[in-house]
Write a protein that binds this ligand. Structure first.
Ligand SMILES: Cc1cc2nc3c(=O)[nH]c(=O)nc-3n(C[C@H](O)[C@H](O)[C@H](O)COP(=O)(O)OP(=O)(O)OC[C@H]3O[C@@H](n4cnc5c(N)ncnc54)[C@H](O)[C@@H]3O)c2cc1C
Length: 408
């Protein structure tokens, strides 16, 4: 192909935007579609931003999840900084995360400790361990003493605590940098406020040929490649391409509280695990993320297309925020200090697509694993299950390499 390839990218979250920036910088002419008025309006703006080292998936004793998500987590800083053109340091949490084992956890404390030991071994041995958001080449996880635990929680429901060197990024900050990078890139045409309904090959028999994108406004194309990164909207469009989803899947809509306090607070980042619990993330002493899973879960669907959601009423929003704060405060009393210092609070979130089903309280639920996401391909049509925010830039490199490899 002598002219620049024309590529349609569906979905302007972290997955679609990372792919768009990479491909445009390799010389492609990219059209980026999204139903929202702006890129990064959905899950990729409103999530916790944990850059996974694999500790969260301690119910997956096969270690399949950590092996799958670790390389992308370790590469996140390097790849994202290249994409947005600036350092992630101002957006990165400064302290270790504390994992607190709940009495009703699906993983017992000893098994959790054993998992963390194996996870730390894998992390230390990885060649990119120094390139994570902090150097984790000497990664060890420490079990907290009873005294240390008592300083964080007085609740008998918390039976053990571990300090792990995992970090998170403030996703709103990162989203704003991605939006600026997309606008500065001349090879990307943004087709926002446009809902994609289907895709069609130009010739029904030739999936390797060109494709059209059909939207509520009409037909666009033809394109040399289509990359579907629509997240909760992906499967419905895959079906129109002839790609049928296999196995199980679920789309859960999760809300969390994004809080700015009127003063700096030294509250530790703590996650209660493993099951339907919650967490507090302290990004920079004034910006916090708080979640309590059962209160923030407002939709759970196994349909190909999850239901359209209507805006929450102010009363419902208030009720959710109060019950998230109450539930966390019962286990983590420091929540009260955040609550007393609220200067600004946004209740927001997004869909979580997972190739799994069940309840987090069930140790056998396939939701405790994330080991089989990635790229599906039908000729020049690619469908990407992002899996995790933390692995999206790494997956975007695989997408770009598979259609426009960099010359050796
Ligand atoms: C509360 C919460 C906490 C989370 N915490 C973490 C975490 O700590 N670490 C982590 O790694 N992951 C986390 N996640 C998951 C993470 O947010 C997602 O994996 C990631 O953001 C998905 O990125 P994406 O680009 O695929 O999807 P999105 O950011 O959702 O982008 C998809 C885009 O497609 C658009 N779209 C959908 N359908 C259509 C259509 N038919 N036509 C046009 N546009 C359409 C949407 O408007 C959206 O902009 C969390 C998610 C939530 C909700």
């Amino acid at each position: 192909m002598t002219r620049a390839p024309r590529i349609a990218i569906l979905g302007a979250g972290i997955m679609g935007s990372s792919s768009a920036l990479l491909l445009a910088r390799r010389g492609a002419s990219v059209t980026l579609f999204d139903a929202a008025a702006q890129p990064f309006s959905a899950a990729s703006r409103w999530n916790e931003g944990k850059i996974h080292l694999g500790f969260l998936y301690n119910a997956d004793r096969s270690l399949g999840t950590i092996r799958h998500i670790l390389p992308g987590g370790l590469a996140f800083k390097r790849l994202t900084e290249q994409l947005i053109g600036c350092s992630l340091d101002p957006a990165t949490t400064t302290g270790d995360d504390i994992y607190l084992c709940h009495r009703e956890s699906v993983v017992a404390p000893e098994a959790m400790q054993d998992y963390f030991r194996q996870a730390s071994d894998l992390i230390r041995q990885h060649p990119d361990a120094r390139r994570y958001l902090v150097d984790v080449s000497a990664c060890r996880t420490e079990r907290m003493t009873a005294r240390e635990l008592g300083a964080i929680t007085g609740s008998p429901d918390i039976v053990a605590g571990y300090r792990v060197p995992e970090r998170s990024v403030a996703t709103g900050w990162v989203a704003d940098r991605f939006v600026a990078a997309l606008s500065a890139e001349t090879g990307i045409a943004q087709q926002m406020a446009t809902r994609v309904t289907s895709v069609r090959p130009q010739s029904a028999q030739e999936t390797d040929g060109r494709w059209f994108v059909e939207t509520e406004d009409g037909r666009h194309g033809p394109y040399d490649f289509i990359i579907n990164s629509l997240w909760e909207g992906r499967l419905a469009v895959d079906l129109t391409a002839g790609l049928k989803p296999e196995g199980n899947w679920s789309n859960r809509y999760r809300l969390a509280l994004f809080i700015r306090t009127d003063r700096p607070l030294e509250v530790p980042s703590a996650i209660i695990t493993t099951g339907p619990f919650g967490d507090i993330k302290n990004y920079n002493s004034r910006d916090f993320y708080l979640s309590w899973y059962p209160k923030g879960l407002i939709a759970d669907s196994n349909a190909i297309s999850p239901p359209a959601l209507t805006a929450l009423s102010p009363d419902r929003t208030r009720e959710i925020s109060h019950s998230v704060l109450d539930s966390l405060e019962a286990l983590l009393p420091e929540t009260a200090r955040i609550r007393a210092g609220i200067e600004q609070m946004t209740v927001a979130g997004g869909w979580v697509y997972a190739a799994g089903r069940g309840a987090l309280s069930d140790p056998n639920s396939t939701l405790h694993r994330r080991s089989d996401y990635g790229i599906a391909r039908l000729g020049a049509y690619l469908s990407i299950d992002t899996g995790k925010y933390s692995t999206a830039p790494w997956l975007a490199h695989q997408v770009a390499d598979s259609i426009m490899p960099v010359a050796a």
